[in-house]
Write a protein that binds this ligand. Structure first.
Ligand SMILES: NC(=O)c1ccc[n+]([C@@H]2O[C@H](COP(=O)([O-])OP(=O)(O)OC[C@H]3O[C@@H](n4cnc5c(N)ncnc54)[C@H](O)[C@@H]3O)[C@@H](O)[C@H]2O)c1
Ligand SMILES: O=C(O)[C@H](O)COP(=O)(O)O
Length: 537
């Protein structure tokens, strides 16, 4: 497989990929537009940090791309919706640089409180300006944390140990969690008003864009603002003005709305705004961590294993994966068979888990069943975008769990239905000896069929000579039968016969079979590739 890396990552990650036998191409600093589109031709994995914009335009043309790995936390530079539509996994490395970001935040807090960069610059210029710098102690001051997630919590611990009181605003965490950290969880305005230092640790989202602007800065009068999260969360013009006019004593900013920063950015002109060029994650340990974790996720995607930090695909605990893995393929197979046997438009899909499999996390299995149901539509349907494809098409998806699995350890049933629920068709599969897949029910018939690349499912009357007739017609047309299973309602009643075949069955041959009055319906089912079947989806 080919992997393109467009922002610098640690060698440990590159080595992990190369040792697994993949081709790694480095294109640090590539222009994010047309050049990136060209460079992605035939590429299966893309690794970025915050320096590469992975836009819809880029994703629209990256036909072979399976995964975008973000060697870090923030994914505001990646169009995740477009990736999902194209079935491309987006995965980040949410743990590896948290401590580095927290330490940088603490360092920036002290740097602002004690004017360290300003004093340093003066001294290097030969100016012993001791009396110009009277700093602020953090001890006994209040730290306002906006966004009490991974980095926010680490900052809270460190600055609390240095004598700061903690208040926090985060609408998505519990009071209990805040209490464990020793922070008073309060409303947004109260958090800023009570604080001497406000530190921002939210992602950049439509909700957080310009979250801190003129009004909020006025509430922080006499204090300091630290932003080591994302540019765009703090209104830069408002902040520059607030510090320049003395409303705030200072600010420390690591991230900017536009990166690399424009020379016109007003923050650069204000003495008491100290800046670093997005260095929060730039430590050796953090870079090694995120590069290795990202490389491992790219390998998992290539090996069709769960991508642990996938942001747009169902994931699963690593230890549970071996138990669930065989059912992923089985559910896809059952979905494919059900969709091809269904005469009407599929408007609902139910995936029922019975027996031991009902105890497991099955999101990935359900997504795979949907992939099977939608496989005739477009080759790009996969477990990443199948739930989205279902939603876009107005297909109602349900999951049912039951502890009873007839005589099997586990059974997965994919039932497709039309809108009014009048037509429903279920296909059930199980595993013999844990890894030998069997289709054990089609519609109301108990069967025992081995899923096979080419299959013929015939509904016929249980009359002498019918099976022989079908076999003769197939044989006369050079189609070899690899296996066969027959099931019937009652002697002389309706029956179903499933043939595993070595070749495709042409439409004319199906018509010949259906012309015989003993045969109610003959359906060719393919489990090879996608896009090759007739369907009423
Ligand atoms: N400067 C750097 O180099 C650097 C390094 C690491 C992380 N980061 C950035 O730091 C930020 C935090 O990272 P993290 O790993 O802690 O993320 P996280 O997801 O663990 O935490 C983010 C927190 O923000 C909260 N939040 C979301 N919307 C909010 C809102 N409107 N108001 C208040 N809180 C809100 C969430 O509930 C969550 O608890 C991200 O933007 C990340 O990209 C920067
Ligand atoms: O979100 C992150 O992980 C940090 O902002 C680090 O970004 P970087 O990998 O571009 O340094």
């Amino acid at each position: 497989m080919r992997i393109l890396v467009t922002d610098p990552i640690d060698d440990a990650g590159l080595e992990t990929l190369r040792e697994a036998g993949h081709e790694v191409e480095i294109a640090y600093g590539i222009d994010g537009g047309a050049d990136l589109v060209d460079a992605l031709e035939g590429v299966h994995g893309l690794i970025v940090r915050s320096g590469t914009e992975v836009t819809r335009q880029v994703l629209d043309s990256a036909d072979e791309l399976m995964i975008v790995g973000r060697a870090g936390i923030g994914v505001d530079n990646i169009d995740i919706d477009a990736a999902t539509e194209h079935g491309v996994i987006v995965a980040n490395a949410p743990q590896g640089n948290v401590r580095a970001a927290a330490e940088h935040t603490v360092a920036m807090t002290f740097a602002a409180a004690r004017s360290i960069p300003q004093a340093h610059t003066r001294l290097k210029a030969g100016d012993w300006a001791k009396s110009d710098f009277l700093g602020t102690e953090v001890n006994n001051k209040t730290l306002g944390i906006v966004g009490l997630g991974r980095v926010g919590q680490e900052v809270a611990k460190r600055l609390n140990n240095l004598g700061m009181e903690l208040v926090a605003y985060d609408p998505y965490i519990s009071e209990d969690r805040a209490e464990q950290i020793g922070a008073d969880l309060v409303e947004f305005e109260a958090c800023i008003e009570r604080a001497d230092f406000v530190t921002v640790h939210t992602p950049l989202t439509p909700e957080t864009e310009d979250l801190i602007s003129h009004e909020e800065l006025a509430l922080l009068e006499g204090g300091y603002l630290i932003n080591c999260a994302r540019g765009g969360v703090v209104d830069e013009a408002a902040l520059a003005e607030a510090v320049a006019e003395g409303t705030l004593k200072g600010a420390a900013i690591d991230v900017f709305a536009e990166e690399p920063i424009s020379p016109d950015n007003p923050l650069l002109d204000v003495e008491d705004v100290i800046v670093t060029p997005h260095l929060g994650a730039s430590t050796e340990a953090a870079q090694e961590n995120v590069a290795t974790s990202t490389a491992e996720q790219v390998l998992a995607a290539f090996n069709e294993e769960p991508v642990l930090n996938a942001l747009n695909a169902p994931s699963i605990d690593k230890s549970a994966f071996p138990r669930v893995r065989p059912y992923i393929e089985l559910a896809e197979t059952a979905g494919r068979i059900a969709a091809q046997l269904m005469d009407e438009r599929v408007e609902s899909v139910d995936v029922t888990y019975a027996g031991e499999i009902a105890e497991e996390e099955v999101d990935l299995v359900t997504a795979s069943a949907l992939k099977g149901v939608f496989s005739p539509l477009e080759w790009q349907v996969n477990a990443v975008n199948a739930p989205q494809v279902a939603e876009d098409r107005g297909v109602d998806v349900t999951e049912t769990k039951s502890h009873q699995a007839e005589n099997f350890r586990s059974v997965v049933t994919v039932t497709v239905g039309n809108g009014d629920g009048e037509t429903q068709l279920g296909v059930s599969g199980t595993l013999f000896a844990d890894d030998d897949p069997r289709i054990v029910r089609i519609d109301d018939y108990r069967v025992d069929a081995i899923p096979h690349g080419h299959m013929l499912v015939a509904r016929n009357y249980d009359e002498p000579g019918t099976i022989g007739f079908i076999g003769t017609v197939l044989g006369e047309n050079g189609i070899n039968i690899a296996g066969m299973f027959n099931a019937r309602e009652a002697i002389g009643g309706e029956a179903i016969t499933v043939y595993d075949l070595d070749d495709e069955v042409p439409d004319e041959l199906l018509a010949d079979l259906e012309n015989d009055e003993r045969i109610i319906e003959a359906r060719y089912i393919t489990l090879d590739g996608a896009n090759t079947v007739r369907t009423s989806l």
